[in-house]
Design a binder for this molecule. Sequence first.
Ligand code: GUN
Length: 320
Amino acid sequence: MTMSSGTIESVRTEDGVSPRILDGVAIAGEIKAEVALEVQELRARGITPGLAVILVGEVPASQIYVRSKVKTCGELGIHSEMLTPPESITTEEMLELVAELNAREDIDGILIQLPLPAHVDTKRLLEAVSPAKDVDGFHPVNAGRLQSGQPALAPCTPAGIVEILKRSGLAIAGKHAVVVGRSDIVGKPAAMMLLNASATVTVCHSRTVDLARFTRDADILVAAIGRAGFVTAEMVKPGAVLIDVGINRVTDAAEVERFFPGDAGRAAGFAKRGSTVVGDIDPRAFARSGAYTPVPGGVGALTIAMLMKNTVTAARARRG
Ligand code: GUN
């Protein structure tokens, strides 16, 4: 539903106001449907967008992510290739692989799944990917373009955050956006994209003194720290928009009960699987918010959709 800028569609209940849940799965579905249409148009003109994914070694979490990326390509009509060199591959051999993919006309996007083994020079490799094919948005040229407001392939998770806000009709311009976390992949580019959308942006990190002083002033609070439930209810301004980037697996039953008191659904899931996924925001903080992204089903759902969108953007820019 589209709302007037800046309003939050919340529900008044007897206890007060229920926050609005920002459904990442639904928004990702919209984006994927749009991308599928674009792919159809391109294919009708003889251009099939192509994505190559390099997955080194056998990291189970990476294997799951990559399979999901390849599967989504198939669903949207994007050609995909998975390269799976062994853990023992050297930086030089990886550079050769990337150079081959850079030279291929039918490959529009190159994604090197991270993390790479410690002996591989990740920075050097990410810089070897042609900026025109850098669908992860990790190349310094794309980071520079993003910060100078030029068209760029932007990192997928921060791009997903901005899509959630915009497609939910939530104002960014003039709002105080506080980003907790300063990684090159999420925190820094998220701050830049929110700034480009005219938010007033504060970036906090592990060395920030009195973090709550900043988070309590946030109209939009983006948590990308990688610690389960790190942002607590007292750190949140009532009515704020909470964007939770964290995906943390919690295996301690006491912790699950602490985060989700009386939540039978969570308890049942935990009993079945022995773990549950918690974001960087304490779930008990959501009740204070005006709107929030759930975990799972929030920001995480957007990342692959934005990768698909970047692949089509790269295909258009290079061949369209
Ligand atoms: N590992 C975890 N998330 C990502 C991502 O978005 N891109 C890449 N290349 N590797 C990842």
